[in-house]
Design a protein around this ligand. Structure first.
Ligand code: C2E
Ligand code: CA
Ligand code: CA
Length: 500
């Protein structure tokens, strides 16, 4: 009689059997020998065969989930890091480079917020598909969550190949995305890091690519930047600029200049734009291009902007006191994204107006297109609050940013400021001219007024008048000037000389 002295289970490799129905069944075979308890010889063999297709599928699914991103099917951080380690080991044996590209879709939040998550997801899936298509088969494309993708490129002979590849990605991803009936525009900022050293560390490479990506965002998005000497130089520059800014604030060396904004129907100055400068003892006069990015990064800009607004309001009152007519109807100030989103912004602004004895109707606020597109709905509703106070809100640099014209109807706005890059080509290039005409027509149809900025020639002015543009500013009328010079300019318009 066979008793229960079992041998070890002998697991045979899995096998396949042809099903009656089409296809194969995956089988696991196990057999065991049952020994006779007296003689020890094998008395019988039991075999177990079971179908394990479902189990194997489940294992594969778990493995896939652990290593890939569920939305796009791309590698996740774990798998990418593993591949990076492999690629770095490969550098011990062969010469060459590996490159890491960190990508972030520009203004993706706006797509999600305005068009819904389904559209957002469809854009991510399509972006993933394009990235796989653009890369080579042995590149790894990963998604790090949100709208952040990472590409690992191996076997590069020189660094130039990588920057050319980064350019192809920027170009390939900015082709509009068709999602149902929507046509979605999404550009990408790419940070590039590369190494030829096998002892490089994946997290360091990712950090460097990330820093370069932020630099690409800083420099206007829709582009790539390479990590390297330029970033180190910039870090040193940045320290220097921050020192200059802090010194300017401490020593009261901020200066506001004003540029006249002219009513094209009457030719008179009706508004002024306040523009900040720093009068630095060491470097002379600095314009925003030199310090704005650092002021924003270091959190100093809101303080500076408060100062600009307070000075501008004081100067507006001075001009009005000195003038016979109402003169300048509104003072325009520029606003940053961070201020717009800060919860106490409206109350600070109203406090400033009250302290100066002015009303909402005396002020205009200019927000750049980029700023508005980055902004949350709550900040947009705070624009609504400002408008309820009579403050005019306008979109600055219009035409340079992301906004599809269709977004205009969703934002509470009073005016558009057409970017200088269109105005400067209006008399030499038919395309720019048609764009400006169309923007003015559309803005008027939406009840918005239009300001043209950067008007430098009489021909540009004539065209703008022809297109029924409402207001204009630019060197043709005046550059930005001191408060005293502005008062003189107003007096000259009224033909009443003023002492300042
Ligand atoms: P923006 O608001 O587009 O200001 C217009 C810029 O164009 C000013 O440069 C002005 O001097 C310049 N400009 C005006 N007319 C002409 C022209 O006919 N031709 C040319 N080529 N340029 C002209 P600026 O003062 O250097 O300001 C640069 C940017 O810095 C501004 O662009 C604005 O976005 C920002 N900014 C200026 N002041 C402030 C401020 O107080 N706070 C904040 N947050 N941003 C400011
Ligand atoms: Ca402006
Ligand atoms: Ca502008």
């Amino acid at each position: 009689m066979a008793s229960g002295v079992d041998s070890e289970l002998v697991g045979h490799p899995t096998s396949r059997a042809i099903r009656k129905n089409p296809g194969y069944a995956k089988l696991e075979n196990k057999s065991k020998a049952i020994h006779d308890s007296l003689s020890g010889v094998v008395a019988e063999t039991q075999a177990l065969m079971r179908e394990i297709g479902q189990l194997k599928d489940a294992q594969a699914t778990i493995e896939r989930l652990a290593l890939t991103d569920s939305l796009t099917g791309l590698a996740n951080r774990t798998l990418l890091t593993d591949r990076m380690n492999q690629a770095l080991r490969g550098l011990r044996r062969s010469q060459g480079f590996i490159g890491v590209l960190m990508l972030d879709l520009d203004h993706f939040k706006v797509i999600n917020d305005t068009l819904g998550h389904q559209v957002g997801d469809a854009v991510l899936i399509e972006a993933a598909r394009r990235l796989q298509h653009l890369g080579r088969p042995d590149d790894t494309v990963a998604r790090f969550g949100g709208d952040e993708f990472v590409l690992l490129v191996q076997g590069l002979a020189n660094a130039g190949d990588l920057t050319a590849f980064a350019d192809r990605i920027v170009t390939g991803l900015r082709v509009p995305y068709s999602v149902g009936t929507e046509e979605v525009v999404a550009t990408v900022s790419v940070g590039v890091a590369l190494t030829s050293e096998s002892d490089s560390v994946p997290t360091d490479l990712l950090r460097e690519a990330d820093m370069a990506m932020y630099r690409a965002k800083d420099r206007g998005r829709n582009r790539h930047e390479v990590y390297g000497a330029t970033l180190q130089v910039r870090a040193i520059e940045r320290l220097g600029t921050e020192r200059v800014l802090r010194r300017a604030l401490a020593d009261d060396r901020l200066v506001v200049e004003y540029q006249p904004i002219v009513d094209l129907a009457t030719g008179l100055t009706v508004q002024a734009e306040a523009l900040l400068r720093i009068d630095d003892a060491e470097h002379g006069q600095l314009v925003p291009e030199h310090f704005l990015a650092v002021a924003a990064e270091t959190g100093l800009l809101p303080v500076m902007d408060d100062w600009v607004r307070a000075s501008a309001m004081r100067d507006l009152l001075r001009w009005r006191d000195a003038s016979r007519s109402a003169g300048v109807q509104r003072m325009c100030v520029n606003l940053t994204a961070r201020e717009l989103a800060s919860p106490d912004f409206t109350s600070r602004l109203v406090g400033g107006l009250q302290a100066a004895g002015l009303e909402g109707g005396d002020l205009s606020i200019e927000v750049t297109e980029h700023v508005l597109m980055q902004t949350s709905h709550s900040a947009v509703s705070s624009l609504g609050e400002l408008r309820a106070l009579g403050i005019h809100v306008g979109l600055d640099d219009f035409g340079t940013g992301f906004s599809a014209l269709s977004y205009l109807k969703d934002f509470p706005l009073d005016f558009l400021k057409i970017d200088r890059s269109f105005v400067e080509r209006i008399d030499i290039d038919e395309r720019s001219s048609s764009i400006v005409a169309a923007i003015i027509g559309l803005a008027h149809a939406l009840g918005l007024s239009v300001v043209a900025e950067g008007v430098e020639t009489a021909q540009q002015l004539a065209r703008l008048r022809h297109f029924s543009c409402d207001l204009a500013q630019g060197f043709l009328f005046a550059p930005s000037i001191s408060s005293c010079d502005f008062m003189r300019l107003l007096a000259a318009e009224e033909a009443t000389p003023q002492a300042c």
